[in-house]
Design a protein around this ligand. Structure first.
Ligand code: IFM
Length: 454
């Protein structure tokens, strides 16, 4: 079902939000930068994964992507033109270090320095993510996130980046979506590095959380007035039916998908029931780890796309649960249901469960099959409506008591959508990959008009 030619939804006004509310777009290095072999960048796990036949639906990779590495001034001009006041980007670790030690690559540091200056010149507050999935392949070869040596390597990289950019970048996100790093990459296996081992995946999740906990004080030591947090992808959950089995399955899924990450971050340790369910696959925990993970942060980043419907599935690893595809309602090109009220539901649940302090929606967006019209315009009505309706839901969350201070649309540009390659477009700006021409879609124009309101 589509929204084609439906009346415009009731959209909020900018004045419904605080004057100092942050309005941004988010991107990540591997998805947009390209320049895969420029200026000393080394191979990442995504280069290796994408080079493995059968991993990426269109057989593509991120070596060229949106060529943002060379075209960022144009991209930031577009962002400024839309009236954004913030921009979330990630740093490619393989541009900075090829392995755990040694001196950082000056050309990589210089690139991000120029990038940040370019943001500031255009009134875009920089929000830097340190890890958005592009681990140097040499570190993976040495054991990757499963090995605690990668925690130390992450801290050396964090130290280099915060010393270099800390005079200008105050907002730091340690990790983007640890669920994806750990579970999709190491248990489900359809993201890099492509492993299918639950014990490995839970060790990765643990080591990623420890690296976050240890990075927070380091960032604060290097960056005056630092604001540090993590961006976590979460879903409101529904049981597939009223049956006791499906309700119990939903609870088990919630334990791993939500509480496994948030409980330790808020000092509650891993949920007991889930620990019992994963049994021998539980991670090795060193003395002091849980205290490190529970470091108090300055904000919480929430990435929301859709709610999940969970059913009991006998024999389905790891917890005999299954997330069902939607069978009704509006669905995006990713096959994800469009449920704007899920954003408010999720934010209010987090506030209720943990009182995390300031929250930011660090990602929210939709992929649709855009068509470039004969006049060169892209009337992406569904994405425009998605954005309007989610902003209305965001306002409802704030009115309901969730202390949300900013919103980053995913994404500024169409980009390399991981295992989907370039087949899925999330951008407010269309990319013609053959010519690298940028065109603001009607969703981006709407966002700009919204932001220009008094
Ligand atoms: O493209 C991704 C992004 O890298 C992480 N969050 C979800 C987006 C859409 O799948």
């Amino acid at each position: 079902m589509t929204t084609a030619n439906r009346p415009e939804p009731q959209a909020p006004q900018r004045s419904d939000f605080a004057r100092d509310f942050l309005w941004g777009c988010a991107t990540s290095s591997y998805q947009i930068e390209g320049a895969g072999r420029d200026d000393g960048r080394v191979e990442s796990i995504w280069d290796r994964f994408a080079a493995t036949p059968g991993t990426i639906r269109d057989g593509s990779n991120g070596l060229v992507a949106c060529d943002h590495y060379h075209r960022w001034p144009e991209d930031f001009d577009i962002a400024r033109g839309m009236g954004l006041n913030a921009y979330r980007f990630s740093i490619a670790w393989p541009r900075i270090f090829s392995e755990g030690g040694g001196a950082p690559n000056q050309k990589g540091l210089d690139f991000y320095s120029r990038l940040v200056d370019g943001m500031l010149e255009r009134g875009l507050q920089p929000w830097a993510t340190l890890y958005h999935w592009d681990l140097p392949q040499t570190l993976q070869d040495a054991g990757g996130w499963e090995d605690r040596a990668t925690i130390d390597a992450f801290l050396a990289y964090t130290d280099a980046m915060t010393r270099t950019l800390g005079d200008r970048v105050k907002h730091w996100i340690t990790h983007n979506e640890p669920w994806c790093t750990a579970i999709i990459g190491n248990f489900e296996g359809w993201h890099a590095p492509g492993k299918t081992d639950l014990k490995a995946a839970l060790q990765v999740a643990h080591n990623v959380l420890v690296s976050h906990g240890k990075a927070v004080p380091l960032i604060r030591a290097n960056v005056p007035d630092a604001q540090v947090g993590m961006a976590v992808s979460l879903h409101p959950l529904r049981a597939a039916s009223d049956s006791a089995e499906d309700i119990a399955a939903k609870e088990r899924h919630d334990g791993l998908r939500y509480r496994w990450f948030l409980d330790p971050l808020f000092g509650r340790g891993y949920p007991e029931a889930t620990l019992a369910q994963v049994g021998a696959a539980a991670p090795d925990v060193a003395p002091g780890d849980m205290d490190a993970i529970a470091v108090k942060t300055d904000f919480m980043g929430v990435n929301y796309y859709f709610p999940e419907t969970v059913a009991h599935a006998a024999g389905h690893a790891p917890l005999e649960t299954k997330v069902l595809p939607p069978t009704e309602g509006e669905i995006t090109a990713m096959g994800w249901p469009v449920v704007p009220e899920g954003l408010a539901e999720l934010l209010l649940r987090i506030e209720n469960d943990y009182h995390p302090g300031p929250m930011y929606v660090t990602e929210n967006g939709s992929a649709f099959d855009d068509v470039v019209g004969a006049d060169g315009e892209i009337d992406d009505e569904q994405r425009r409506h998605y954005l309007m309706r989610h902003l209305a839901s965001l306002k409802a969350a704030i009115d309901g008591g969730a202390p949300v201070k900013g919103y980053f649309a995913w994404s500024l540009l169409d980009n390399f959508e991981w295992a989907e390659g370039y087949l899925k477009r999330f951008g407010l700006v269309h990319i013609d990959y053959a010519t690298q021409q940028r065109r603001l879609k009607s969703s981006g124009k709407w966002y700009g008009a919204f932001l220009r309101q008094a």
